[in-house]
Design a protein around this ligand. Structure first.
Ligand SMILES: [Mn+2]
Length: 232
């Protein structure tokens, strides 16, 4: 059977790619201001990655304000940032041919009770998924860990994609962490996967939180916490 296990060299490249993105995210939180557009923030990320050791982006950066966050693959627009919205940023760098993949959602200004509640559900689901991403769990059961929690909270129909995927030279590699993955496909040490549950409410809002995880001792590659941060 095909193996999705990564070598130490491949893992260290992905670690470096993840560090570049952590630094880009910190810089973004210091850069973001009211009135900036989704496109400006995406361009900032691209410039940061290229200026700080990345050879490029793993994929086109997603920056989504408010209702734009309800589209998992939102393409940045000229919409201007206003206070009181959630902002989702999904981005990755390439380092020596290997990709990173990272998503955080933050609040720009104070957000309402519903936004906080949705955030809390995704935060808990993602934490459960990361904790369960250990050697031996089948990928479909790992998907259920996140999905069952979101369903239990009443938002199952709004979690409209799989829980995660492998990462390597390509941004999306096997195994898929989804309910349709055959039960015999299980995690092994040194596979590198993402855990990225989300809730998407059309016309209103979205939240996604994503970390890359090296199965085994290394664990989560990002140093950026997943708790809700309020900026501005
Ligand atoms: Mn991803």
């Amino acid at each position: 059977m095909e193996t999705f296990v990564k070598t130490q060299r491949q893992i260290s490249c992905m670690k470096r790619a993840a560090q570049i993105i952590d630094n880009a995210y910190d810089a973004l939180l210091g850069f973001v201001r009211e009135g900036m557009t989704e496109r400006e923030l995406a361009a900032f990320i691209e410039g940061f990655v290229r200026g700080n050791g990345g050879s490029g982006l793993s994929f086109d950066t997603i920056v989504a304000f408010g209702a734009g966050g309800a589209e998992p693959h939102h393409v940045p627009t000229d919409k201007k940032l206003e206070k009181g919205v959630l902002v989702t940023v999904d981005m990755g760098a390439v380092y020596d041919g290997f990709c990173s993949d990272f998503t955080r959602t933050f609040a720009f200004g104070e957000v309402g009770e519903k936004q906080r509640e949705i955030y809390r559900i995704v935060y808990e689901a993602q934490k459960l998924g990361v904790a369960a991403a250990k050697k031996g769990i089948s990928c479909c059961n790992l998907d259920s860990v996140c999905r069952d929690y979101i369903e239990k909270c009443g938002y199952g129909e709004f979690f409209i994609h799989t829980t995660g995927h492998g990462v390597g030279e390509l941004i999306h590699e096997p195994p898929t962490i989804g309910r349709k993955t055959p039960p015999e496909v299980a995690l092994e040490d040194n596979m590198v996967i993402t855990i990225e549950p989300g809730i998407y409410i059309t016309g209103e809002m979205g939240v996604r939180i994503e970390d890359m995880v090296v199965v085994g001792r290394e664990g989560v590659l990002s140093r950026i916490p997943t708790e809700l941060v309020v900026v501005g």
